[in-house]
Write a protein that binds this ligand. Structure first.
Ligand SMILES: [Zn+2]
Length: 424
């Protein structure tokens, strides 16, 4: 073989080799691009699904709050979820809205276009944060003090919704300046105040029971560390809070109070019935709540979750009417026609008041209304039935107690497969 021949053969052999290497490199590069693109698409799909679920759930909670008809509630949630999915480059392929007697939740599957015409699909579910199921104490409804009505929690301490909202605004303003406001005490019933006073029987530090302003749910003790004390003195007033006592730099009162919120019994007229109650039932609910010394909010929320205020409602289990009384329960309460709201609403009020007296807290009373008093006694608390837990959470949410996470809509674990559910 001559040198020229060899060079020619080398060239001839080198060309296909270079092509093969280039081809392999190209293949690897596009594989990286495809895999990378798929990852990006998957992440975008998850973001789109999360946003769609949260937007849908927010719309759902608002629609439920306005007591819209069932169809309207679902459509509002679907519209909001679709818009959110589109806004993040996705399209809803499935959407499911929780049935009316469960806590509001929206579950979606969202498609986002990916590389090579393949779509990435992600699922998400959002709804009201559920109350902690292992919490045994009274929660969510203040009683036995100056304030009686829904409680919401800030840093785990109860206060009324109006004060919590004012605190949130103040907290945001402080955080913008790097100051953390931490609530160390809020509403205290007279009994809790009495216990505190027994431990520290010095009226200069602990107000005697019945005279502490903490019973009004308007007062927050706020930790003064980390610059919070100085910040509060400079800015507390702008947010409607005053330092009540010169010798308690941590104790701040909300001047506007808790607003017009429900009271138990005496003096609670029709005005204290929530705005979302249909006109036909406002008088009945107000009168029944007054007679039973119940919060009209709690009774109204119960009826809303039971039947959506539909006096003709019949459940698959046979519960009837606006208060969803089982025939035996109705009979025991002297109700001859459970479809007649004039009988059913006072009976529901009586039953709920009985359960409240027996169990002491709205959570347990509602659990007894749903699952029976026997089940609550047997389980020593809210029975571990999915339906009962959902029911209690839904009623408390409707009544204004949105739980320790203040009822914001949060992402929830995915529900059961959506295929069996009724998509809308
Ligand atoms: Zn205090």
């Amino acid at each position: 073989m001559t040198g020229a021949e060899a060079r020619s053969r080398e060239r001839g052999g080198a060309l296909p080799l270079a092509l093969a290497v280039a081809f392999l490199l190209l293949l690897a590069a596009s594989a990286v691009l495809v895999v990378g693109g798929a990852h990006v698409a998957a992440a975008r799909a998850q973001t789109a699904a999360d946003l769609a679920a949260v937007s849908g759930a927010r719309a759902l909670v608002q629609a439920v709050g306005r007591a819209e008809r069932r169809g309207g509630v679902g459509r509002a949630a679907a519209r909001a979820a679709r818009a959110a999915a589109q806004g993040s480059g996705g399209r809803i392929s499935r959407l499911h809205v929780s049935s009316p007697d469960l806590p509001p939740a929206v579950e979606v599957a969202v498609r986002v276009p990916g590389p090579l015409g393949l779509a990435a699909i992600a699922r998400a579910r959002a709804g009201l944060a559920p109350p902690p199921s292992d919490d045994p104490g009274p929660r969510g409804w203040a009683s036995g003090g100056g304030y009686s009505g829904p409680l919401v929690y800030r840093d785990g301490k109860p206060t009324c919704p109006a004060v919590a909202a004012a605190f949130d605004g103040m907290d945001r303003a402080a955080r913008a300046l790097g100051v953390d406001l931490v609530v160390t005490s809020g509403f205290r019933s007279d009994a809790e105040q009495a216990r505190l006073f027994r431990r520290h029987p010095d009226p200069r530090w602990v107000a005697p029971p019945g005279s502490s302003r903490h019973r009004d749910a308007t007062e927050l003790d706020i930790s003064t560390g980390g610059g919070a004390g100085a910040w509060l003195r400079a800015h507390g007033r702008e947010h409607g809070f005053v330092q009540r006592y010169a010798w308690e730099p941590w104790h701040w009162g909300h001047i506007a109070g808790c607003g017009q919120r429900p009271t138990t019994g005496g003096g609670a007229g029709g005005r204290s019935v929530p705005a979302w109650v249909p006109g036909a039932y406002r008088g009945l609910i107000a009168a029944s709540a007054r007679r039973e010394r119940l919060s009209p909010w709690l009774l109204a929320a119960l009826l809303r979750v039971e039947s959506g205020f539909d006096p003709r409602a019949v459940s698959p289990a046979g519960a009837r009417g606006i208060a969803q009384l089982m025939p035996a329960t109705a009979g025991g309460l002297g109700v001859s026609d459970p479809f007649d709201p004039r009988q059913a609403i006072p009976a529901a009020g009586r039953l709920l008041a009985d359960h409240l007296r027996a169990f002491g807290t709205p959570r347990l009373a509602l659990a007894a209304y749903n699952a029976g008093a026997g089940a609550v006694r047997r389980h020593g608390g809210v029975p571990p039935y999915r339906e009962t837990r959902a029911y209690v959470a839904a009623v408390l949410a409707a009544a204004g107690d949105l739980g320790p996470q203040s009822g914001d809509v949060v992402l929830l674990p995915l529900g059961r497969a959506m295929s069996g559910a009724s998509p809308i």
